[in-house]
Design a protein around this ligand. Structure first.
Ligand SMILES: *Cc1c(COP(=O)(O)O)cnc(C)c1O
Length: 447
């Protein structure tokens, strides 16, 4: 009988994270200091991050041991199941095999908790008492609130204003887990007040919320900032996804032909795909496919350039595919994919031709999500649905291949998006080329 679901015992929770920096065919372009334009030194990051995470950000080591305190929390939901989507395969009448790695089983409902508990742990270890962070759709804020609660840290969350009002129940989760939540831009920070003065009606953006959270951290001694995606240490923590997936595929004698994930900042895709880099380098036929929304097409239409991670230009300059730090995407329902940039690791792999990318508009994505929900039962997050759509399109090629995608999270707090799609009220939005070109003119001039 074919295996429809592969579970690993608790003892197979990975003991180390995999650091892809050790295996890159060309070194990653370094992050630059925002005012000098010089390569960043570890001490430059000390005002916002604990040393434990800064070391991981720049580490050359291939394997980094996972602290026992973090593995103890991973035991709440890891290892996550790898499931074969046999009912979806049947509905598509495909000869392909489709598997998904189910990261939605964490308490917060997404992969984000994999790094949240690790980041809270290193902050706690170095005497930090309060964490500041931003959140878009609320998945990151809720994950960080839960992680802080586990380690006795306070948690201040700047939530993008449009989502603050659109997703009240994610706010409730943050409150349940003890987080304090503010709609961003807020009047609590200089960055927020400046943005509000220029545009009182702004729906907010991740770039703006990051500016507020960073400012809050650097102006308070006992506080540090955490980021839920983009950075190397975040992708490092997320590699538990890919490491488990590799083991699960091996147990059933499968070799993947294409690995698919959605990309906002790039953490779930990076953590899922990076552990397969050695296989990809040995076998160029293995495909790594990153999927993004047409409304925020950083990989497919952005420039590969140094840019700020936030609107107020407080963060280091990162070499990434970017739409410009001034870019404010349309209020699509995949709030977690509305980021102007991408993880440097994912961008670098895309630039080297190792990762390929593809963009979809909302209605195509939700049609895929419905087909998945009606066959496999699980209702995917709008973000995750991008990976679902791409997996379906790969399966429709009917070429007998093995497709594996990362099911980054569930959509239980996104019912208004499903309602809008079912009522035919969802607009397909492609960000206009002239607006992209305009935003790209504001890229900082370096090197
Ligand atoms: C945040 C989020 C994403 C996008 O973020 P990445 O860093 O690109 O992974 C995707 N899916 C879900 C469920 C999320 O919560």
């Amino acid at each position: 009988m074919e295996k429809e679901r592969v579970d690993l015992p608790l003892s197979e929770i990975p003991a180390s994270w995999y650091n892809v920096l050790a295996d890159l065919p060309k070194p990653l372009p370094p992050p630059l200091h925002p005012s000098t334009g010089q390569p960043l030194k570890p001490e430059d990051l000390a005002p916002i991050f604990p040393m434990g995470l800064i070391e991981q950000e720049m580490s050359p080591d291939r394997w980094i041991p996972i602290p026992e305190e973090v593995r103890a929390l991973y035991r709440i939901w890891r290892p996550t199941p790898l499931i074969r989507a046999v009912r979806l395969e049947k509905a598509l009448k495909t000869s392909c095999r489709i598997y998904f790695k189910n990261e939605s089983v964490s308490p917060a409902g997404s992969h984000k908790l994999n790094t949240a508990v690790a980041q809270a742990y290193y902050n706690k270890k170095e005497g930090v008492r309060r964490i500041t962070t931003e959140t878009g759709a609320g998945q990151w804020g809720s994950s960080m609130a839960f992680a802080c609660l586990q380690f006795g840290l306070a948690c201040t969350i700047y939530m993008v204003k449009s989502s603050f009002h659109q997703k009240p129940y994610r706010r409730s989760m943050m409150h349940i887990w003890g987080g304090e939540v503010f709609a961003s831009p807020s009047d609590r920070t200089q960055a927020g007040r400046a943005i509000l003065a220029a545009d009182p009606e702004t729906p907010g953006s991740l770039g703006m919320a990051i500016s507020e959270a960073v400012e809050d951290a650097v102006t308070h001694k006992d506080a540090k900032y955490t980021l839920g995606s983009v950075l190397n240490h975040v992708i490092l923590h997320q590699t538990v996804i890919g490491l488990e997936t590799k083991r699960q595929l091996e147990l059933i004698g499968e070799t993947p032909d294409v690995l698919i994930g959605c990309v906002g900042g790039g953490s779930n895709f990076g953590g899922f795909a990076a552990p397969f880099l050695p296989e990809k380098l040995a076998n160029p036929k293995l495909r790594l496919l990153a999927v993004e929304p047409s409304a925020c097409p950083s990989l497919t239409k952005g420039d590969f350039a140094y840019d700020f991670g936030d609107t107020a230009r407080l963060t280091p300059l990162l070499k990434m595919y970017t739409l410009g730090h001034t870019f404010v995407p349309e209020g699509i329902h995949a709030g977690g994919l509305r980021y102007h940039g991408t993880a440097p690791i994912v961008a670098h792999l895309a630039n080297l031709g190792i990762v390929e990318s593809k963009a979809y508009t909302q209605n195509a994505v939700f049609e895929g999500a419905l087909q998945f929900a009606r066959t496999e039962g699980f209702v995917p997050a709008p973000e995750t649905s991008h990976a679902v759509r791409a997996a379906i399109d790969e399966a429709l090629k009917d070429d007998g291949k093995c497709i594996v995608f990362n099911y980054s999270g569930h959509g239980h707090f996104d019912m208004s998006a499903y309602d809008a799609h079912l009522a035919g009220d969802l607009e397909d939005y492609e960000h206009p080329e002239e607006k992209i070109a305009e935003a790209l003119q504001h890229l900082p001039k370096v090197g």
